[in-house]
Write a protein that binds this ligand. Structure first.
Ligand code: FAD
Length: 550
């Protein structure tokens, strides 16, 4: 589904200047994207501006799990358990291409089987509360079955394991799908546009935004503003109420990526870190990632650094859970770090702070949303739009957001990507491609893989950008022409996820990818060099800890 291209961005900048909106959303992460979609589907006039690229904040750096909230049961947050479970089902309905079943395996260690029994009781309670379907209920594995399922599990005091399904997503692409859906419902959406002044409350309020491409300032007229700026929420609140005290407590979480040959996990294995926190090992195609940490963070928000201590914490959990693996820090092939924009709860440790979202309306009528989870973004958006409606004095049409498929979610009647791949029209469209490319297209674009093939142009769209890189010219062009990618980093970090999962490969491919993008975006040699240098610097910074002794 196309129509989300560079010319669309230029048109949208004109529309930002010309129209009067009901709501201007600040921030193009999952929270803002969800609000823009919900508001547009319910009949409001919507604009969304994102200061950098869509999903470039926390929403491309999560653990990428859509989870039913089992973890919240331990903290007694029953409301969150119910909401996460319901939203997990809604997401599966509207985005079957972004909710691959991830089989979780929780090994249980101890002197007796009491721990296993306690977990069974907890899971049975969770499944009742969450209304889990019979096919998705947990199963208990004895020690022998647990080892057959995960042969590299440490054996000492292993009692058995619990297996249950969750979903794995692609966070940045889920944001993109949600924004495309908002765009199709009429929202005016633009990346690289920063809110710099909020202006006085009025009817309408005049908000100044800066186009980061041209440097131009655009006054935007809007009846309300929604602050969905994630870790930057306090900065945007200060534009509205300069004297307000900070409300956010930022915590950092990192992930490290290995080849499956170094960490041959078959499930998402739930490990216990040295402080008792759950830490995940998540297989994703030919890679496995491990995360995450949860530590207080103060510092620059754009690229939080990964330290040797962060990595040592994950390594320690790996060493205690597995034996015979070669996943040492010098064999890592990718990594990322993100910030949780949590709402302050004085006196609590990072991992104890609630993941609940909080909505506040300021004296000037700005609606701020902080906290929350990727999993529950649609429901959070419903709540925000309910808070906005009385401020604009508009009746809303009924919500379709839990029913209407996201772009890429129309699998032509198939219920998952595996059966979609076997449909005759899909085999006919993708049949000429290599099996590797066809599989990657389906995993990346879902039902829109057909659109990628139909719009592929150029002399040899399906040859790899360089011999060693599993990425084709057609995918790079699609990112620019149909997904509003404006920089090399946009293409390699978020449209494709190459630089997070295979950083060295992405670094090697950067000059060739930049040359392809240059043709579409009219970059000269100087701009190409700048883009490659900027991308390389980010890759180096993300893996700088590999050279340190842990
Ligand atoms: C390590 C980690 C693991 C996680 N794992 C999971 C998980 O597995 N499952 C799950 O459900 N949740 C998970 N989460 C939580 C989830 O990722 C976050 O709740 C969610 O991504 C927050 O999205 P957001 O849109 O609020 O913030 P962001 O994604 O950061 O978006 C905010 C955006 O606002 C923009 N912005 C800021 N200032 C301005 C301005 N002045 N003008 C315009 N734009 C502006 C920023 O550039 C940014 O892109 C995890 C979080 C972390 C950190």
């Amino acid at each position: 589904m196309s129509g989300f291209d560079p010319t669309c961005r230029v048109r949208n900048l004109d529309r930002l200047a010309d129209e009067i909106f009901d709501v201007l959303v600040v921030g193009g992460g999952i929270t803002g994207a969800g609000v823009a979609r919900e508001a547009a589907l319910r009949g409001l006039g919507v604009a969304l501006v994102e200061a950098r690229d869509f999903a470039s904040g926390t929403s491309s750096r999560s653990s990428k799990l859509i989870h039913g909230g089992l973890r919240y049961l331990e903290q007694g947050e029953i409301g969150l358990v119910r909401e996460a479970a319901t939203e997990r089902k809604s997401l599966r309905r509207i985005a079957p291409h972004r909710t691959a079943v991830a089989s979780m395996l929780l090994p249980v260690y101890g002197r007796t089987s009491a721990g296993l029994y306690k977990l069974r009781v907890g899971l049975a309670l969770y499944e009742k509360l969450a209304g889990v379907a019979a096919a998705e209920r947990h199963e208990v594995l004895d020690r022998g079955d647990a080892l057959a399922a995960e042969p590299h599990l440490a054996t000492e005091r292993l009692q058995g394991a619990i297996r249950y399904p969750e979903y794995q997503t692609d966070d940045a692409r889920l944001v993109l799908d949600t924004l495309k859906s908002a765009h199709h419902a009429g929202a005016v959406v633009a990346n690289y546009v920063t809110v710099t002044r909020l202006g006085l409350a009025g009817a309408p309020r005049i908000v100044e935004v800066r186009d980061e491409e041209s440097g131009a300032t655009i006054p935007v007229r809007t009846r309300t503003v929604v602050n969905a700026a994630g870790p930057w929420v306090d900065d945007v609140r200060r534009l509205d109420q300069p004297e307000d005290a900070p409300r956010l407590h930022l915590t950092k979480g990192i992930h490290v990526v290995f080849r499956t040959s170094d960490l041959p996990a078959r499930h998402c294995v739930v490990m216990r870190a040295r402080d008792g926190r759950p830490v995940f090992v998540v297989p994703r195609r030919e890679h496995v990632y491990v995360g995450t940490t949860d530590t207080d963070y103060v510092g620059a928000l754009d690229e939080p650094p990964i330290t040797a201590d962060d990595v040592a914490y994950l390594q320690d959990a790996l060493q205690r859970t597995f034996h015979g693996i070669t996943a040492t820090s010098e064999r890592a092939i990718g990594a990322w770090a993100g910030l949780r924009p949590l709402v302050q709860e004085p006196g609590k440790k990072p991992s104890e702070i609630s993941r609940k979202d909080e909505i506040a309306v300021s004296a000037t009528g700005m609606v701020t949303i902080a906290g929350g989870k990727l999993t529950a973004y649609r429901r959070m958006a419903e709540r925000v739009v309910s808070a906005v409606a009385p401020l604009v004095g508009r009746d809303l049409v009924a919500s379709r957001s839990a029913e209407e498929a996201l772009p890429g979610g129309d699998l032509r009647g198939a219920h998952d990507l595996e059966s979609f791949a076997t449909l005759p029209q899909v085999r006919a469209a993708l049949g000429a491609l290599s099996a590797e490319t066809a599989t990657r297209l389906i995993a990346t674009y879902g039902g829109d893989a057909l659109d990628v093939v139909a719009t592929a142009t150029g002399p040899d769209p399906w040859s790899p950008v360089t011999a060693a890189v599993p990425l084709t010219a057609a995918e790079v062009r699609y990112a620019v022409r149909h997904e509003m990618a404006l920089t090399l980093v946009d293409v390699l970090e978020r449209r494709t996820r190459l630089s997070y999962f295979a950083t060295d490969t992405a670094r090697a491919a950067a000059p060739a990818v930049a040359a392809l993008v240059a043709r579409d975006l009219g970059w000269d040699e100087r701009r190409i060099r700048r883009e490659v240098a900027d991308f390389t610097r980010r890759c180096d910074a993300r893996l700088a800890w590999r050279n340190l002794t842990i």
